[in-house]
Design a protein around this ligand. Structure first.
Ligand SMILES: [Zn+2]
Ligand SMILES: [Zn+2]
Length: 262
């Protein structure tokens, strides 16, 4: 049974709870390892990201908790780095690399939670929503080299709203070609991909990221995976892990201990 979770937000960025409250909940649940991964500073994302001047405070608070829980539960201090963020990531135990924005005609447009910026991206990119998806995967292919991450975050975030709103057909050859190209580029890095239950916890999707057919493609091409919850509240730590672990076993998705853990 997995008792570790490495994609966890606190109120240092857009999470609801303090680091201390999340750690206490994790420990009460019998977790053996907890990795914080608040959103690193990004000037176009100030609603969700950590304030630049609070980064050192965040790392110090993680360190304090690491000492407090030493011998009982591992605490790791990570960061979720957006593709377009230019902030340094030294001083963190690990980096999760994620694409949350498209950039078109001078505008950063989130793909994370609402329809309007997606429509805007489609318009600016001169096409339909599949054009926005193609641009998303063009960026996703670059996420490892741009963020120097150790873990690839929510690979198909662009499909977040698709289950409810049917924005585009995920079987469309244009969509499939786009994600396969990004997958092939990232597979070459050998980095693990997240299986991320965050959108399930928040009611957007019935399955984790990436979608099952993408996970199978990744599996068939040698990918390894790390299960994570992308929690923004302490009560969604390890969300649906038990069931997802079973799915991984049945499907042959190889779950690994992340490389930054010795
Ligand atoms: Zn993210
Ligand atoms: Zn996240």
């Amino acid at each position: 049974m997995i008792t570790a979770d490495f994609h966890v937000h606190s109120d240092f960025s857009d999470g609801a709870d303090s680091l201390e409250a999340v750690a206490a909940e994790a420990y009460a649940r019998g977790m053996t390892a907890l990795g914080f991964s608040d959103h690193g500073y990004a000037p176009y994302d100030t609603d969700a990201c950590m304030k630049r001047e609070r980064a050192a405070e965040y790392r110090a608070a993680c360190r304090r908790l690491r000492e407090e829980y030493a011998g009982r539960m591992e605490i790791h201090c990570g960061i979720e780095q957006d593709l377009f963020s230019q902030e340094p990531t030294d001083g963190y135990d690990y980096v999760i690399g994620s694409v949350h924005y498209l950039y078109a005609a001078g505008e950063y447009l989130t793909v994370d939670w609402k329809r309007e910026p997606l429509d805007r991206a489609a318009l600016l990119l001169g096409g339909d929503l599949l054009s926005a998806a193609e641009e998303y995967y063009r960026l996703a292919a670059l996420v490892a080299e741009r963020t120097h991450c150790q873990l690839i975050g929510h690979f198909d975030l662009i499909a977040k709203l698709n289950e409810r709103e049917r924005l585009f057909d995920e079987d469309d050859p244009r969509y499939v070609t786009a994600w396969r190209r990004a997958a092939d580029a990232l597979l070459e890095t050998g980095l693990p991909f997240e299986i991320n239950t965050g959108a399930m916890a928040r009611g957007y999707r019935g399955v984790p990221y990436p979608a099952p057919e993408i996970c199978r493609y990744l599996r068939d091409h040698g990918a390894r995976f790390v299960l994570s919850s992308d929690s923004h509240r302490k009560d969604t730590l390890m969300y649906d892990f038990e069931r997802q672990e079973r799915v991984c076993r049945e499907e042959g998705f190889e779950l690994v201990r992340p490389g930054w853990m010795k």
